[in-house]
Write a protein that binds this ligand. Structure first.
Ligand SMILES: O=C(O)CCC(=O)C(=O)O
Ligand SMILES: [Fe+2]
Length: 364
């Protein structure tokens, strides 16, 4: 089979604006393949997860060339597949609570009648090689699978080993719950954000993807030049995440918050309109979301002395009932961005909802 040429995706130039940047730690993973190398990173990772919940990793082993190739394919999946094929491979988000496949634009409600302008093609690590994909993507499936496997074994596994150590657990504690040995919803996301109309920008107060925590364990977001991602600091302020060349922006999601009894808390983040000098450009993304096996109960790991000392009555579990991963991710994915009214939270800009027995907040 001859592999077709994939056009180079030109990201917008880096913004020249001096935005209110988040102060995130940078973890150098050059030596993370050895036990000593990982041990040397424990304190830094611990402090970053405790304070910001977001960090950068650099020297992670994937080259700029490898990630740029995936960004090109990310754009290709949106631009080189017909609408007819997209609808044939549409993901069963509402029906089954899975992202696997195409997410069409305008599925999610933001506010005041404004819907998202985001297209995605999501590929699950468990079935990427056995599932059928749109014809233009087929020549690249084994390459994409190899990229995911490398991200998983080198970056995700080593980070999870460091996190386990930071909790006083055996290094391997979290590895088996996230591997290929059972069904997990872990996936790679190709995504393209399109600009909103002026009218929509006003109605939605420039929000492109509402504030949320991720439901999974760890998210590896490959840094790209269009500034739009913001994280909420502990004192409730939105700060911009700055682009770092060939870095991966890492954050923990709800599953790790549950496993750690809130010792580490998932950080709220959102996507908004880019600064003036990047407006009018599209924004192509590449994100690897790692989830625990569907069959895992999301209870705190009390073998950890740090988790054991936490007040477990403060968990977001409704009625103290520990959810299973499958139930939690299905209701979260199916219910996200619905138009039904939700009950107001403690603050006016926060909406709360019950997802699979867990209180989940959405921020505007
Ligand atoms: O596109 C981004 O920068 C972040 C997207 C995000 O938060 C998500 O897809 O969960
Ligand atoms: Fe997210």
């Amino acid at each position: 089979m001859t592999i077709p040429d994939v056009p180079v995706y030109n990201h917008a130039p880096v913004t020249k604006e001096d935005l209110d940047w988040a102060d995130l730690a940078t973890i150098d993973m050059s030596n993370a393949d050895t036990f000593e190398g990982r041990q040397a990173l424990v304190k830094q990772v611990h402090d970053a997860l405790k304070n910001e919940g977001f960090l950068y990793v650099v020297n992670h082993g994937l080259t700029q060339e490898q990630t740029e190739r995936m960004f090109n394919l990310s754009d290709y999946a949106v631009e080189n597949v017909t609408e007819e094929e997209k609808s044939r491979y549409v993901s069963k988000i509402r029906e089954e609570g899975t992202y696997n496949g195409y997410k069409p634009r305008k599925l999610w409600h933001i506010s005041n009648g404004v819907h998202d302008e985001i297209e995605q093609y999501n590929m699950n690590f468990r079935d990427i090689l056995t599932k059928e994909h749109p014809q233009p993507l087929r020549p690249f499936v084994s390459e994409i699978d190899a990229f995911m496997k490398e991200a998983h074994s080198r970056i995700f596994n080593n980070l999870m080993r460091i996190i386990a150590m930071s909790l006083g657990l055996d290094e391997e504690h979290f590895i088996k719950m996230h591997d290929h040995s059972a069904h997990a919803e872990t996936f790679l996301r190709f995504v393209k954000y399109f600009p909103h109309s002026e009218d929509d920008e006003e109605k939605s107060q420039n929000v492109w993807l509402k504030g949320h925590t991720d439901a999974n364990s760890l998210t590896l977001l490959f840094s790209q030049p269009v500034s739009a991602l913001q994280v909420m600091t502990k004192d409730g302020k939105w700060k911009w995440v700055k682009h770092v060349e060939n870095a991966i922006v890492v954050n923990i999601g709800d599953s790790m918050e549950f496993f750690t009894g809130r010792y580490y808390q998932a950080t709220i983040h959102r996507v908004r309109q880019p600064p003036a000098d990047q407006r009018g450009f599209s924004r192509v993304g590449l994100i690897y979301f790692v989830m625990p096996h569907d069959e895992e109960d999301l209870h705190p790991v009390v073998e950890s002395p740090l988790v054991k000392q936490m007040d477990l009555t403060k968990m977001r579990f409704i009625g103290g009932k520990v959810p299973r991963m499958e139930e939690y991710r299905r209701t979260r994915i199916a219910g996200y961005g619905n138009t039904q009214p939700k009950r107001a939270g403690a603050r006016e800009d926060i909406e709360e909802e019950d997802f699979g027995g867990v209180v989940v907040q959405h921020y505007n």
